[in-house]
Write a protein that binds this ligand. Structure first.
Ligand code: PAP
Length: 337
């Protein structure tokens, strides 16, 4: 009886020692990384080719140490502002369609963010996700090169969007979250940074290309979807998404209008109008709090036209077309041009 309490203490201190060592290594490493201008905070750091703020970088290192993926896990991977909130609602409601009625759905009372964890801002090793039902759903903005290598056995749904709409959505969103100690980031500055690849989780083209290349090698593991296709032909895209996740709609469900119902319930108009998404805040990690309504701005294809000149449009399209050249991937979405 007297000796047993010493065991947990020993284990605990071993974990603490490991955690402290990781934090020390991180504190040293960050001083050696190239720095760029941040959109929300002052600095971003180039870590293995991608720009991250310091706290996201630290979480990435902890994630790589502690996160234990399971082969049945399904990840929603996306660059910022490409439709994560919307796809969370679609994936969660499709996978769980037998657990909720459409007239009184979980998402009528809870935000899409609450449906499944965003692994980029979790508390490791405290959160281990072993309580989640199979298949576990997760979201991430990290490129595959920043994720644990064993995650290649999991499935990924990758969403991409016209870079011009991403730029505008991201600039407006991060300007609102930008530290009040910093001068505002003008659109011209954001545009320059974006075209040089410098923005949170960027360069956007390398993000898209890394998932695209992996999807060519493992098409059964990575489903490539565009925001624009989901907007234009949601019934087709949602059925593809369901099949990929191993939860294809039956003919009877299709005839009963289940696919239409999910598309309708989680349309921009419906989601953005729900009280739960108009009030309150969402927490990401310990430092970032975002008002839920900030995840629902316009939800349109081509809003960039209200912000970018023809010259800016040509420049950004040119940069992306050049970067994607030879990959077989066409910038999404030409008819939003
Ligand atoms: P995140 O990276 O912070 O998670 P994310 O959800 O990926 O943001 O993207 C937000 C964009 O999706 C917003 O685009 P906008 O600024 O151009 O308007 C948001 O309005 C849009 N969005 C949110 N919900 C929907 C929806 N149901 N349908 C279409 N677009 C949506």
């Amino acid at each position: 009886m007297l000796s047993s309490p010493s065991l947990p203490t020993t284990l605990e201190s071993k974990e603490d020692a490991e955690h402290n060592k990781i934090c020390q290594d991180y504190n040293h490493m960050i001083t050696t990384l190239p720095k760029g201008n941040g959109w929300r905070v002052q600095h971003l750091y180039n870590y293995n080719g991608f720009w991250l703020d310091s706290s996201t970088l630290k979480t990435n290192i902890l994630l790589n140490t502690y996160f234990k993926p399971q082969p049945s896990d399904i990840f929603l991977a996306s660059f910022m502002k490409t439709g994560t909130t919307w796809f969370k609602a679609l994936m969660f409601s499709t996978i769980n369609r037998h657990n909720y009625t459409f007239s009184n759905h979980y998402l009528h009372h809870q935000s899409p963010q609450s449906t499944f964890p965003m692994i980029d801002s979790e508390d490791y090793p405290v959160n281990d996700f072993t309580h989640l039902p199979t298949p576990r759903l997760f979201a991430t903005h990290f490129s595959p090169t920043l994720l644990p290598p064993c995650m290649t056995s999991c499935k990924f749904v990758y969403v991409c969007r016209d870079p011009k709409d991403v730029l505008i959505s991201k600039w407006i969103y991060l300007s609102k979250l930008r530290s009040k100690d910093l001068a505002p980031l003008s659109l011209d500055e954001a545009f320059e940074l974006f075209c040089n690849g410098i923005s949170e989780y960027g360069p956007y083209w390398d993000h898209v290309l890394s998932y695209w290349k992996d999807s060519l090698v493992c098409p059964d593991k990575i489903l490539f979807v565009t925001y624009e296709d989901m907007k234009k032909q949601p019934l087709v895209e949602l059925r593809k998404l369901a099949t990929f996740m191993g939860k294809g709609f039956t003919l009877e469900e299709v005839e009963r209008g289940v696919v239409e119902e999910i598309v309708r319930l989680f349309s921009f108009e419906n989601l953005s109008g729900l009280e739960v998404n108009r009030r309150g805040v969402e927490k990401f990690g310990k430092l970032v709090e975002v008002e839920r309504r900030e995840f629902f701005r316009k939800g349109e294809i081509g809003d960039w036209r209200n912000y970018l000149s023809e010259e800016m449009k040509d420049r950004i399209d040119g940069v992306f077309d050049e970067k994607l050249k030879g990959s077989g991937l066409v910038r999404s979405s030409r008819d939003g041009d």
